[in-house]
Design a protein around this ligand. Structure first.
Ligand SMILES: [Zn+2]
Length: 297
């Protein structure tokens, strides 16, 4: 297993070493480790001789329900009583949030194609290869019958006033840049199951499954699709997420949890998933920050 903050490796199920590592980093005031402990274990005393049980508690789930654990962590982070600012913005969106979304997401989208290509190449499972192909080929094959998400994104950006050359030449904000570097490093260095945990599972944010599992809000309000001022290109882009990407993400959830259990790698999947959630949170915040920059122009 690995540290869900920095990726340091430990022996399988060695929660004691992991909790010591977290405590040591908290003692030396390392911000990412401190934030992790405060977020997942509010009130835990890392100065206590041993907080192994508390750390183990983060990873524990009812037998056979790893997928429920994943959904609950995702909901807790973005869709509960205090929703993520980006998700909140998408309930009654302004034009600026789509502008921020377009710029920051375009960079993330390029990484997705790379990451999914790595997962496809590294996996020896035909069902995983086929799943990743559904995400890679529309972006790279000119004769794909599924529309490229990048083309949909370019159309969406243009409809809210960002021409393709601006989209192409814009640099992402530092949080997006850091998150994309993490996902790239996982794609290059880690195994396919961890790549799936890092990016395929992030697409679950589009899934209607989340509402059934307790999310208080959807990824975007359905009223957005009826709103007259919102350009059709934006609606098409958002609809694609729900109609095309969400079912693939749900399939990725089923496959990755099944293989993690078969291969005895559930903690590896969980650690990378938690690490990626944090990165995705920062990327979503960057979309909001970018939107505010557009508003103040
Ligand atoms: Zn660490």
């Amino acid at each position: 297993m690995k540290c869900p903050v920095c990726g340091e490796k430990y022996n399988k199920l060695d929660y004691q070493m992991l909790s010591r590592h977290l405590a040591q980093n908290c003692e030396r005031n390392d911000t990412p480790h401190l934030e992790f402990v405060k977020y997942y274990l509010p009130g835990a005393n890392w100065l206590a001789a041993d907080f192994t049980n508390e750390v183990k508690g983060i990873f524990v789930y009812d037998k056979g329900h790893l997928s429920d654990w994943i959904l609950s962590k995702l909901i807790q982070r973005f869709f509960q009583d205090k929703p993520h600012p980006f998700i909140e913005s998408m309930q009654k969106p302004k034009k600026s949030i789509f502008q921020g979304y377009a710029i920051e997401y375009s960079y993330y989208l390029k990484q997705r194609v790379r990451s999914f290509s790595f997962a496809m190449a590294k996996s020896d499972k035909i069902d995983v290869q086929k799943l990743e192909a559904k995400l890679v080929f529309p972006e790279l094959a000119d004769d794909s019958h599924v529309q490229s998400q990048m083309v949909l994104l370019e159309d969406m950006a243009e409809s809210v006033g960002i021409p393709p050359e601006t989209l192409e030449s814009s640099m992402p904000l530092p949080p997006t840049l850091h998150s994309v570097r993490l996902w790239n490093s996982i794609a290059e260095n880690d195994q396919w199951l961890e790549i799936m945990a890092s990016l395929n599972l992030m697409d679950l944010v589009y899934s209607p499954m989340l509402i059934k599992a307790g999310a208080k809000l959807p990824y975007f309000s359905s009223s957005v699709l009826e709103n007259e001022w919102i350009p059709d290109e934006v609606k098409t882009f958002l609809t694609h997420s729900v109609e095309y990407l969400a079912p693939i993400a749900e399939q990725a959830l089923a496959l990755s949890t099944q293989y993690a259990e078969e291969l005895g790698q559930t903690e590896d999947l969980q650690s990378v998933f938690l690490r990626s959630l944090e990165a995705f949170d920062r990327h979503l915040l960057a979309r909001v920050t970018r939107a505010k920059q557009f508003e103040s122009k």
